[in-house]
Design a protein around this ligand. Structure first.
Ligand SMILES: [Zn+2]
Length: 725
């Protein structure tokens, strides 16, 4: 064989062979793991694996995270099988106050006949796991389970970048069991919840739930499904789901905070827990960066107080501080109770509760006319943000909480997200506080408010068509992520469009033009003398996004139309069942109720909707403006689109498009949009401020285009961008 320089780019034939081998081996692993079939004999498997190793040795540039050479094990593994921890994983006792913590400290000091050194570390709100390394290689990673036996999630864990697959350095033990936490940094958690909102899925209450969900995804099942879906119209969808699952896993972080069984003389020689951390870090294991040794209890309290105050500055969610006796000999001496070590305790932070003054209780009118009282408060900082308003849900809730206008109140953030009024600080009352009285007329249109039917807790403004508040909220809702995802149609934009009279109601929305926007100050450039007026960036964005939104699938329009009780889930089912807005319009109450997941309440509301002239007018106006109310079965067209079968990566920003918008536009042409560049990628679109993906594409010899090329693709000029297509 001719020698090749090690960094050279492989010829296409080699890249292709590499991909074949990777696919083949991963498939065989998966099928073996699922025990439904062993597609390869061990000898054949080994031959393929050897060939892959040789290729990668020759062209190291090929080695990516996808390669089976980069993950543990070989022809084996049992996802979600029970796995017994080598040593049991104990839970920790909790202390909820300084005095409880002090009692613990006094107890152990008495037992040790001296005050020990303490190791303080932040308690991450994540998922406890147990990882076993043999001969320096990750063998299993399991959930905590009942402490004795957990679930084997190794196949998922190998997709988490911060879980080392191999230990490094010297004196790596033959056996090492470590304990740690798998978690999401808060920024990633927020991004996941934003994505959930967009997909119309429920939000995760906290990072721990999100991490547990990700770690326990059946990636293997999805891979098998993809296998079965190959060549069918489901393939793109299944591939997308799989990619999403993998993406979720890749955002997880791992921190080690303890160890179990091992045969390491290095660890045996260690004198303290903090020294063990140093050794583990030398082997490449991620240990906490917030651990600190303190010689006195007073310092421990300082540490706890400091992070209670600076909680929001930590990039992950913490629910307390773990205090350990640092000296390992002391740990042995103190030992364990039946469920927890005596030498460690978790100090739990209280949920953040603050006091502020309730200045007023006002009401807002929602997009379905529901009138909701809300608290107007003196601005106060709680769990990291400044809050001045909080919903009070309904008048019954106001009296249940017992708050009066003028009260000093307790406020907290429920799930650290939504501010919640807990109740009054009664001892602070002066006698000047006044009870809240629910208004009887709509504050915005003056209509008499009433419950929709007897016994309803909510009261509503009945002026659905003309109430400015309902109109504004409906218009804003059209642009929301769960509906048509028009970023340029935010709250202020919606308000400005209506107040200026540029829009009389939502029926005019898709008739907007640059000319019309000139009558709305919000969208006009502050112009100098002698210059004619022109629309600003916000106006251009809105028009471009409206144009794109016309192609959104039917279900998103059903959500956008604010049909009572019709959320994304119901909308998808309905649009799948009826396929077009015409069929839906003709549907009887009975036909609608027969759709799986659509109850009578939703069915009635839809029939009602299509029975109202002004609402039918919205639909026909939108249609005339070019809205396609695209068939829900459009994915068939997608598969037959001009870019069907291509995998395209978009990196950086494309002027005129949101990130999602750009991806959706490409996906609509049939391409699979991927988040990472691999030899499988057919094209990388490099926008502004592109990162490392562009470099990687160059290294791998993948075709590259810019924003102009992207527009060409959208305009049907595929030839000049992808000549080989
Ligand atoms: Zn009203």
């Amino acid at each position: 064989m001719i020698a090749t320089p090690r960094d050279s780019t492989p010829p296409n034939s080699i890249s292709q062979r590499w991909q074949e081998l990777v696919d083949h081996i991963n498939r065989a692993r998966m099928q073996y793991a699922l025990q439904d079939s062993q597609t390869l004999s061990d000898a054949d498997y080994d031959a393929l694996f050897r060939e892959l190793l040789e290729l990668e040795d020759q062209y190291p540039i090929l080695v990516t995270g996808d390669s089976p050479t980069q993950s543990v094990g070989g022809h084996r593994s049992e996802l979600f099988e029970p796995v017994a921890h080598l040593e049991p994983m104990y839970s920790l006792d909790n202390a909820f106050s300084e005095s409880e913590l002090k009692a613990w400290s006094e107890r152990i000091s008495a037992s040790l006949e001296q005050e020990p050194q303490y190791l303080c570390e932040l308690k991450i709100d994540g998922l406890a796991v147990d990882a076993v390394y043999r001969d320096g290689k990750l063998e299993t990673l399991a959930t905590r389970g009942d402490g004795a036996t957990g679930e084997d999630v190794t196949l998922n864990a190998i997709l988490i970048a911060s879980v080392p697959k191999k230990l490094k350095g010297t004196n790596v033990p033959e056996l090492l069991e470590v304990r740690g936490e798998v978690f999401y940094p808060l920024a990633v958690f927020d991004a996941i919840n934003a994505e959930q909102t967009k997909m119309g899925k429920p939000l995760f209450a906290n990072p721990r739930n999100a991490a547990a969900g990700a770690l326990r995804q059946r990636v293997d099942k999805r891979e098998r499904e993809l296998e079965q879906a190959q060549g069918s119209k489901r393939e793109a969808k299944v591939a997308q789901d799989l990619e999403a699952a993998v993406l979720r896993l890749s955002g997880l972080e791992f921190t080690v905070h303890g160890f179990g069984a091992h045969d390491s003389t290095v660890l045996t020689k260690a004198r303290s827990h903090s020294e063990v951390y140093e050794r583990l870090a030398e082997w490449g294991l991620p240990v906490t960066s917030h651990a600190k040794v303190h010689a006195s209890f007073a310092k421990v309290i300082e540490f706890i107080d400091y992070f209670n105050e600076h909680r929001v500055e930590v990039v992950f969610d913490i629910d307390g501080v773990v205090v350990k006796v640092n000296d390992l000999a002391n740990q042995v001496e103190l030992g364990f109770t039946s469920r927890a070590p005596r030498w460690a305790i978790a100090f739990k932070y209280p949920p953040e509760i603050v006091r502020t003054r309730l200045i007023d209780i006002q009401v807002s009118v929602g997009r379905t006319g529901r009138v909701t009282p809300y608290a107007v408060m003196e601005p106060v900082r709680v769990a990291g943000t400044t809050v001045s308003m909080a919903t009070l849900h309904n008048p019954f809730e106001v009296s249940r909480k017992g708050v009066l206008i003028g009260d000093t109140i307790y406020l907290r953030k429920a799930g650290e997200i939504i501010p919640e009024v807990l109740g009054p600080v009664v001892e602070e009352r002066t006698g000047n506080e006044i009870p809240f009285v629910m208004p009887v007329f709509c504050p915005e249109c003056g209509s008499a408010l009433a419950p929709e039917s007897e016994g309803d807790k909510d009261i509503r403004c009945p002026n659905v068509q003309g109430c400015p508040a309902q109109l504004r909220e409906r218009l804003f809702h059209i642009g929301s992520r769960g509906a048509l995802d028009i970023e340029g149609l935010g709250e202020k934009a919606a308000q400005a469009l209506l107040v200026s009279g540029v829009l009389a109601n939502e029926a005019d929305l898709f008739d907007l033009t640059a000319d019309k926007l000139l009558d709305c100050e919000f969208f006009v450039n502050a112009h100098q003398e002698h210059e004619s007026a022109s629309i600003n960036k916000a106006g251009e964005v809105l028009l471009a996004q409206l144009d794109q939104a016309k192609e959104q699938p039917l279900w998103r329009f059903l959500v956008a139309l604010s049909i009572r009780h019709v959320g994304p889930t119901a909308a998808k089912k309905i649009s799948h069942a009826f396929g077009s807005v015409e069929c839906l319009q003709e549907a009887t109450l009975e036909q609608l109720s027969n759709v799986d997941g659509v109850g009578e309440r939703i069915a009635e509301s839809i029939v009602d909707f299509f029975d109202t002239d002004w609402r039918l007018d919205i639909i026909s106006r939108w249609r005339r403006a070019g809205v396609s109310f695209a068939d829900a079965r459009k994915d068939i067209d997608v598969l037959l689109g001009p870019l069907a079968g291509m995998t395209i990566v978009i990196t950086g920003s494309i002027p005129g498009f949101t990130r999602d918008g750009a991806q959706d536009a490409i996906a609509a042409l049939g391409a699979t949009v991927s988040g990472s560049v691999s030899p499988k990628t057919d094209l990388v679109v490099v926008g502004d401020k592109a990162g490392s993906k562009a470099e990687k594409a160059q290294k791998l010899g993948v075709a590259i285009t810019d924003a102009a090329g992207f527009h060409k693709l959208l305009n049907g000029d595929h030839q000049s961008v992808l000549p080989n297509l």
